[in-house]
Ligand binder design. Structure first.
Ligand SMILES: Cc1ncc(COP(=O)(O)O)c(C=O)c1O
Length: 386
């Protein structure tokens, strides 16, 4: 397109923001600039592009795109979701404290407890569905409130706007891992958060063929710091993965609509199955976070957790499915089924897992975009054999 897409609708920006036609050839897809360096004009005449750890046009296009979709000052793309989180955490120094949703992704828990605590950072693992508990955990040295909503895999929902107000009142910044919902369904910066991040490995790329992460700040000052970290630590996203992620994002709105429509159909089916003890999905009116999520997001997503009653039942279910893949990860076009206690949350201490409800009998579904009847038939066949 010609002109500035910044005022256009979400689905239009998903296709055009940060991606003007290539100036030289008119290519509508941003080329993959697979180069490590760029020719300089002359000594003392710095060029816009000098060295690809610092500047790469394909990565820059993806970064502009995600900044537009989340409504941030800039975007910063990394080699994984974990390296986006690592970049965020460079804002904290020895002696600083963070309040963290008690049920974050297991890798985030592992990173904070095993790698950052030894550097003198401290963390309080809090039920962030309750603002009073967050307030009680705040200390004079609290610099960050780090949220996931809905949480992985127990689907706790927290009120981003209320927590942002509370944190800002105490001088702390707020970060939200928005991997589960994507900016199509939830935009934390508009709700008052200071940072939003994603494992792009999941819905943003959407096709289970790339590992990556993005970090999007609200302020340009934080953006400058994150750019400096990208340049200094070097955990940047490759040009090819930037291309794949951008290509994935073009269809994000249509994929998310279909993911969620399928999730509705599957939840309706599962609720009628006696062998499934409990269905955890914020779209259910009886879910404790339903009202908050309805207010702060435009949908409920397609991550569903099932309480199967026993480890044997959970295992039998995982062993019997045929269409859905038994695999880590989420957010791809194909339906995935997993066992959080031994997979994504294997790194979480057993007593913590028990306290959070990440039991051996919990099974997690990442509902894909296949024909819903086929997913339901696969679940039905597996349940019949339990
Ligand atoms: C919610 C969430 N955040 C962050 C991550 C880490 O992302 P990555 O695996 O791309 O490093 C994951 C990975 O599963 C995740 O589920």
């Amino acid at each position: 397109m010609k002109g500035d897409p910044s005022k256009l609708g979400f689905a239009t920006r998903a296709i055009h923001a940060g991606q003007p036609p290539d100036a030289r050839t008119g290519a509508v897809a941003v080329p993959i600039y697979q180069t490590s360096t760029y020719v300089q004009h002359a000594l003392g005449e710095p060029a816009e592009f000098e060295y690809a750890r610092v500047q790469n046009p394909t990565r820059f296009a993806l970064e502009a795109l995600v900044a537009s979709l989340e409504g941030g000052a800039s975007g910063h793309a990394f080699a994984s979701g974990m390296s986006a989180i690592a970049c965020l955490m460079t804002l904290l120094k020895t002696g600083d404290h963070a309040v963290v949703s008690r049920n974050v992704y297991g890798g985030t828990y592992r990173y904070f407890t095993h790698l950052l605590e030894p550097y003198g950072l401290t963390f309080s693992w809090v039920d962030t569905t309750d603002p009073a508990k967050v307030l009680a955990a705040m200390r004079p040295e609290t610099k960050l409130v780090y949220l996931e909503t809905p949480t992985n895999p127990v689907m706790d929902v927290c009120d981003i706007a209320a927590l942002a107000e509370l944190a800002h009142g105490r001088g702390a910044l707020v970060a939200v891992d928005n991997t589960f919902l994507t900016p199509y369904l939830q935009r934390p910066l508009e709700l008052g958060a200071d940072f939003v991040l994603h494992s792009t490995t999941k819905y943003l790329n959407g096709h289970s063929d790339s590992i990556g992460g993005v970090l999007i700040p609200k302020s340009t000052g934080h953006g400058e710091h994150f750019y400096f970290v990208q340049k200094s630590q070097g955990a940047i996203l490759s040009p090819f993965d930037s291309f794949l992620t951008m290509r994935g994002i073009k269809t994000l709105p249509v994929r998310m609509e279909r993911h969620e429509k399928n999730a509705h159909a599957i939840v309706d089916y599962l609720l009628r199955q006696a062998k499934v003890r409990k269905v955890l999905w914020p779209g259910l009116p009886e879910h404790p976070g339903h009202a908050v999520q309805k207010r702060q997001a435009s949908g409920f997503g397609a991550m569903i957790s099932l309480e199967m009653g026993s480890f044997a039942a959970a295992k039998a279910m995982l062993d019997q499915v045929k269409l859905m893949a038994f695999a880590e990860s989420l957010g791809g076009v194909e339906t995935l089924i997993s066992h959080p206690a031994s997979m994504t949350h294997a790194g979480v201490d057993p007593d913590v897992k028990q306290r959070l409800g990440i039991s051996d009998s919990l099974v997690r579904l990442s509902v894909g975009v296949e024909d819903p009847d086929d997913i339901i038939a696969d679940l039905g066949n597996a349940l019949e054999k339990l």
